[in-house]
Ligand binder design. Structure first.
Ligand code: HPA
Length: 270
């Protein structure tokens, strides 16, 4: 794994030397953040040695380098999901590459289903914690000490100082933010009505098919993380239980400007 990551990083830096300080993972339907960047270099995932290749509609599949809010950043347009058939080690491969490229902070976005019944489609939720019991932990196997410790502490995976900054930004811009626990599932089927209820009972405010493995790998690497969900459906409601991927993408698109503003301002204040 380490060798493959070093090979990927060497390949990227042999084409482009900028050292990014911020990494951004863009979720389903949330790619327009790129339009805010002063893009200086792009590279398709399938050109990078050992990089997995994205297979889902709405995910572009490239690393985009550039500047935003005076910071050098690298954005992942498209991420990898366990449900695509990758191992969780493959899912987190790009996070390790970003770390070795030099990032100091990781921002993550995703589309998620609301299980908190006070949530509405289009709401933004700061992830304050997560529950992940279903996809295999990406740190299973021999520990790579270069990445981090065998038993990483998970008491504050989503950094409080970043959450506080995001809340200030939201207030200044009159954006309402929810805050809650993200419940990671494997997908790819959406949840049954009973599963949404169970997730709620177990303490999940939103449910989604990404993010938790990336966050575990980032914490292992000692990377501070901020993550936000766009609530794209509220399947727990009896009358609104039919969910399609198109609906998820549409809701994400509509909420995108708010999310982009918060990420952009947060990057400015890092
Ligand atoms: N469940 C799981 N993942 C999701 C959902 C959902 O309802 N919406 C968007 N991603």
């Amino acid at each position: 794994m380490l060798k493959n990551i070093v090979a990927a990083v060497n390949f990227i830096t042999s084409h482009y030397e900028m050292k990014p300080t911020v990494g951004v993972v863009l979720g389903s339907g949330l790619g327009s953040f790129i339009n805010e960047m002063n893009v200086t270099f792009e590279i398709d995932y399938n050109n990078i040695p050992h990089f997995p290749v994205s297979t889902v509609e709405g995910h572009q599949g490239k690393l985009i380098f550039g500047e935003l809010s005076g910071k050098k950043i690298v954005a992942m347009a498209g991420r990898f999901h366990y449900y695509e058939g990758y191992t969780t080690q493959e899912v987190v491969f790009p996070i390790r590459v970003l770390k070795f490229l030099g990032i100091k902070t990781l921002l993550i976005s995703n589309a998620a289903g609301g299980t908190n019944t006070t949530f509405h489609v289009g709401d933004l939720m700061i992830i304050k914690d997560h529950i992940s019991m279903f996809a295999l932990n990406p740190l299973l196997g021999k520990n790579e000490e270069t990445f981090g410790p065998r038993f990483p502490d998970m008491s504050e995976p989503y950094k409080k100082y970043l959450i506080a900054k995001a809340k200030t930004i939201a207030k200044e811009n009159n954006i309402e933010l929810k805050e809650g626990v993200y419940f990671g599932v494997t997908g790819p089927s959406f949840e049954t009505r009973s599963e949404y209820k169970m997730i709620r009972l177990l303490g999940g405010d939103a449910v989604g098919m990404s993010t938790v493995q990336e966050v575990i790998a980032a914490v292992h690497l000692g990377l501070p993380v901020f993550a936000m969900s766009v609530i794209t459906d509220v399947g727990i409601r009896e009358e609104e239980n039919i969910i399609t991927h198109e609906e998820v993408l549409m809701a994400a698109k509509n909420a995108e400007p708010k999310l982009t503003l918060i990420f952009k301002e947060l990057i400015a204040r890092l």
